[in-house]
Design a protein around this ligand. Structure first.
Ligand code: PPS
Length: 588
């Protein structure tokens, strides 16, 4: 679509203020923020409207909608647009747009909405950020969406996992009026909007700009790649890392930004700019690469570097990659003309120790010695405190990573026991706590099932919903203790696999996580029946009893399985200590 006709259609379709900025850089930029008078009016009117507190993902999406990073979108997708995007990577009007941008809400909120109504969108503190003028409310087919967008329904894919497990059941489509931008307090001078970046490029006299997208710390290979790309494209360089949401388990953005700032110092003067992108990635591989290109065009870039497995989630648990390593490059190639931004494709960069330089793997003659350090290998080096070679990364970057990733024996960890009532969890947890205290040097928090229910979760029952809340509370406390270098030993039944996974995710962000399955069979627990609960459960006096009238999902991901028929509590605790020493969490 031409700039002028897009601008006309934007203004014609809008009953309220939508400004559009045309710049020599990038295409037409949508700006959904209204002026002060209208913002005040919206806030006043909103007293009678339903409200929705935006999730972390939705906050990221809203910010890019408001500032025009998602131009030409003017709101969250209607059912028609979503169907077209899923099927053809296009909006219903034919504009190329590969990624669903939807607002998911719960049933209670959906019930209060209909076409023509307004929804106040608020940040987690309740500050109103925007109005959504509702066009439709619909229930999406999330499996079909997963299949079409990500090419799989496997929840091992983080984008699918988010869609299937963390997305509310209703979507609300409609246009947006922005009242205020989401507030950030970190690295504020580095968070340039598309309009600000356009201005910056103009000030610097940059006409050709190649963007580098990343969600990882940057090392020498990345610097070499970006320098080569800038040279090839005869362009200046924008290092444009994602600081919204990335793949679970990634290095946190605070650490990464300090790493990027250290690296920026090593670029030739006047060549590179660093700006932070508040994007929530979906890890959608080729489709996501196309999306990244559209976003970078909005941020006034003329080129985008696309390397190996761009925005891909890697492989599933069987080692099968979700996308081919160069699928993203192929898809972008096919759409270059329509995109209006060029791709600079790159192969994997490898180090040539004999020549002390980096080169793309396809330019390395057969038989040449090469070296590289994978993300997993780097994590291992950080965990063990092993030296990180200077050919791999700049010392200042390594130093930043060490500050937030101390070796494992200085990190906190959580041991989560799971097993049926009466399986022996509490007894082993108590022995483990005592042994850990005997070793000394760390604080230990014991979160036993019964104790937690007495104090932290005293108002909860045993419905699925309540059990989930209970386990997430335990996970929250354990994650806090772990993050601060302590040890949490938890012993609830934790019967559901997905809630255990949530605890694993919460804890792993700040330290180690060990799941221990106390696998005492139901018959044995029932025979022991130390508290007389099984008898009551069989008589129906206690409802929803795990193993009798409520399910127990056996873990398939436990680090350790304890058989209480063949080992005593002391032996079980010793085995766990042995595991913790072997994994580097404790020194022997
Ligand atoms: S859960 O599912 O993880 O939230 O359960 P948890 O917090 O560990 O609580 C389990 C203890 O509560 C007692 N109890 C029950 N267990 C299972 N199902 C039902 N309906 C139930 N009602 C009471 C029981 O004593 C459990 O203690 P343990 O130590 O596991 O035997």
């Amino acid at each position: 679509m031409e700039r002028l006709s897009l601008l006309q259609s934007l203004l014609r379709a809008e009953p309220y203020i939508v400004t559009a900025l045309t710049s020599p850089h990038g295409g037409t930029l949508v700006n959904l923020l209204v002026d002060e008078a209208r913002a005040l009016e919206c806030k006043r009117e909103a007293r009678d409207w339903p409200s929705w507190d935006l999730t972390a993902r939705q906050l990221c999406d809203l910010e890019l909608l408001l500032d025009g990073g998602f131009s030409p979108l003017r709101g969250f997708m209607t059912e028609r647009d979503l169907a077209a995007v899923c099927a053809d990577m296009r909006l219903a009007d034919g504009t190329l747009w590969p990624m669903p941008i939807t607002l998911d809400v719960d049933a209670a909120t959906a019930e209060r909405l209909e076409p023509g109504s307004a929804l106040a969108l608020r940040d987690p503190e309740g500050v109103m950020l925007a109005v959504l003028h509702v066009e439709d409310v619909y229930q999406p087919d999330r499996s079909a969406e997963a299949e079409q967008v990500f090419g799989t329904t496997s929840t091992e894919h983080p984008g699918v996992d988010h869609l299937m497990r963390r997305t509310n059941p209703y979507y609300v489509g409609g246009t947006i009026e922005g009242v205020q931008r989401p507030q950030h307090y970190d690295f504020t001078s580095r968070r340039l909007t598309p309009a600000q970046l356009r201005e910056r490029f103009e000030q610097r006299g940059w006409g050709r700009i190649v963007a580098f997208q990343t969600r990882n710390p940057m090392h020498r290979a990345h610097q070499e790649l970006t320098l080569r790309a800038a040279q090839e494209a005869d362009a200046a360089l924008l290092i444009h890392p994602v600081v919204g949401m990335t793949k679970p388990g990634d290095v946190d953005h605070y650490t990464r930004v300090r790493c990027y700032e250290a690296l920026l110092e090593t670029y030739p003067d006047g060549l590179a700019e660093l700006s932070l992108l508040p994007l929530a990635m979906r890890m959608g591989g080729p489709r996501e690469a196309l999306w990244h290109a559209i976003i970078r065009k909005n941020f006034a870039c003329t080129h985008l570097i696309v390397g190996r497995d761009h925005a891909g989630p890697g492989s599933d648990s069987t080692g099968q990659p979700f996308y081919g390593p160069y699928d993203a490059q192929e898809l972008l190639q096919a759409h270059t003309a329509e995109l209006g931004i060029e791709m600079v494709p790159f192969r994997l960069m490898v180090y040539l120790p004999g020549e002390d330089r980096y080169a793309p793997i396809d330019e390395v003659p057969d038989g040449t010695e090469t070296a590289s350090i994978s993300g997993t290998q780097l994590r291992e080096k950080l965990q063990t405190g092993e030296e990180i070679p200077t050919w791999f990364t700049f010392p200042a970057v390594a130093e930043e990573l060490r500050r937030t990733h101390p070796p494992r024996d200085r990190q906190g960890f959580t041991v989560l026991f799971t097993g049926l009532s009466g399986s022996g969890k509490s007894t082993i947890a108590n022995v483990l706590q005592t042994k850990l205290l005997e070793l000394g040097g760390r604080s230990v928090t014991l979160l036993d099932g019964d104790l937690v229910r007495k104090h932290l979760s005293s108002e909860l029952g045993f419905s699925k919903e309540h059990r989930d809340v209970n386990i997430r509370r335990i996970g929250f406390v354990a994650a806090e203790a772990t993050k601060h270098g302590g040890i949490a030993v938890c012993a609830p039944i934790a019967p559901y696999a997905h809630t255990r996974q949530d605890v694993r995710d919460m804890v792993s962000a700040g330290g180690g996580f060990v799941l221990v399955h106390v696998a005492t069979p139901l018959e044995v627990c029932e025979q022991r029946d130390r508290k007389g609960l099984y008898a009551k459960a069989r008589e129906g006096i206690i409802k929803e009893f795990t193993g009798i009238s409520d399910p127990y999902e056996e873990p398939t991901d436990a680090e350790l399985t304890i058989d209480t028929m063949t080992s005593s509590p002391e032996e079980a605790a010793s085995r766990i200590i042995g595991y913790l020493i072997a994994e580097g969490y404790l020194t022997g």
